[in-house]
Design a protein around this ligand. Structure first.
Ligand SMILES: [Zn+2]
Length: 453
């Protein structure tokens, strides 16, 4: 018997996130928000305690511009904090890294090493590397950092999933790689999956899936296979979203896209097509339209759909294509979108317009690119545009947002007959919310999270 106080919702789901990079972050030292060099070094020292002498220390998020003394740090300080271990700490922007002497030695970088093409090894007045490497020189070090062991990966994933449960999520749909799928299977066997996971495989693994006869829906209520994820274009942030005005980068050309959809349909595998720019979205719809309504199991999705030409809004419903969107992106991207897409920004992140045009919505976060917090996503979808005075007509109502995070997400992965509603015969997955906070998360009738009060 579980006593629940607050509003009881069907269990929240996230239709698009990436568990692997979330887990990887946990395996390293979190330096985001470190207030000074000393703060940074203290965090490294804590991580180093008890580690074997030769173990690598990974980390990310330091940002010397936020420190009282914004000078770049030195390997000597890191050598002491890491106890002589190899250490590789990526700066917040990802364009440089701070490494220890042992890491430099393992990578074969010394006084005589020339800068790699497209990269810089910072040096002191005597010509010795300082421990700061930039751009392509970061990759030289990254190559020698060992991949996490299976045990590390399992630990990182289990802790990530526990945190997702704490945020109120009962089920997530992840875009990852085979290695993470193996880890998820180990967690499933060991009873260490607190919430349900649907795994989408990368396009690169389609040939293997075809050979195996793998189909959408294989697995069980805790861990199952769904679609094949393929990229049609890049992103807004890197200016590679493929737009109708001719800008951006097509990552997958049309002939190959059509062929990919045909192969997936023949193999009983769904597709999840990453398309951010309006041209990429249009190409995805062009490829999916001829397959519309052919099979009951067919649930093609367009991931992100951040910029959709108004002419294409009704095509989602007509072609039975799910708009798998992440409302929180709008909050982060607003300024960039206004700058990069001035002519079309009034049609971007158009959840409300797509819904009115009859599209089925599935909401998620794209974590770790954005926060996985579904309440933040709900707020972005329902209230934020009004507050921010940014095309408030494209918002959705609370009921619509809740549907997109529950039954809509379930539909987008073929689970709508048993997940996403509070009805007899459905899995007992609940998210309990009071005063705008998650107070309990229930999966399969068991509380996997309860707040203290
Ligand atoms: Zn993503």
């Amino acid at each position: 018997m579980v006593e629940l106080r607050g509003q009881v919702w069907p269990g929240l789901q996230d239709a698009h996130l990436h568990l692997s990079p979330m887990a990887m972050r946990r395996l390293g030292v979190e330096l985001t928000g470190s207030r000074s060099l000393d703060d940074c070094l203290a965090r490294v020292r804590r991580r180093a305690e008890g580690l074997p002498r030769t173990a690598w220390i990974r980390g990310r998020g330091w940002y010397n511009d936020d420190w009282p003394d914004p000078a770049f740090p030195h390997r000597g300080q890191l050598d002491r904090a890491a106890g002589g271990r190899p250490a590789f700490l990526v700066r917040k922007d990802g364009h440089s890294a701070w490494v220890s002497s042992a890491a430099l030695a393992i990578a074969g970088i010394g006084r005589e090493t020339p800068d790699p093409a497209g990269g810089v090894i910072d040096r002191d007045s005597g010509g010795d590397p300082t421990g700061i490497v930039r751009e392509k020189a970061v990759e030289v070090i990254r190559k020698v950092v060992p991949e996490p062991t299976d045990a590390e990966l399992d630990r990182g994933l289990a802790s990530t999933l526990r945190d997702l449960a704490r945020l109120g999520l009962t089920s997530v749909q992840s875009m990852d790689r085979a290695r993470e799928f193996a880890a998820l299977q180990r967690l499933r066997e060991a009873g260490r999956l607190p919430i349900r996971v649907t795994y989408n495989l990368p396009y690169a693994d389609l040939a293997a899936a075809e050979r195996m006869g793998l189909r959408s829906g294989w697995g069980d209520a805790w861990l199952r296979i769904w679609g094949v994820k393929a990229f049609l274009d890049g992103s807004l942030g890197s200016r590679t979203a493929e737009m109708l005005d001719g800008t951006g980068v097509p990552v997958l050309e049309q002939g190959e896209l059509v062929e990919l959809c045909r192969r997936c349909a023949e193999g009983h595998l769904n597709v999840a097509l990453h398309a951010i720019g309006d041209k990429a979205v249009r190409r995805a719809l062009d490829a999916l339209e001829p397959l519309a309504g052919a099979w009951r199991w067919w649930r093609p999705r367009i991931e992100h759909a951040q910029c959709v030409h108004p002419d294409d809004w009704p095509r989602f419903q007509a072609a039975g294509v799910i708009a798998s969107m992440q409302p929180i992106h709008a909050v982060s991207d607003r300024e960039l979108a206004d700058r990069e897409w001035p002519r079309v920004t009034g049609n971007a992140y158009a959840w409300g317009a797509l819904e009115r045009a009859g599209a089925r919505l599935a909401f998620g976060s794209d974590a770790p690119v954005e926060t996985a917090d579904p309440l933040a996503g709900m707020d972005a979808a329902v209230h934020w545009r009004e507050r921010a005075e940014w095309y408030p007509g494209l918002s959705v109502g609370h009921r619509s947002a809740l549907r997109a995070y529950t039954s809509g997400a379930a539909y987008a992965a073929g689970m709508e007959k048993w997940l996403g509603r509070l009805r007899p015969g459905y899995q007992c997955d609940l998210t309990v919310v009071a005063d705008g906070r998650v107070t309990a998360t229930v999966v399969a009738g068991r509380a996997v999270f309860r707040s203290r009060r």
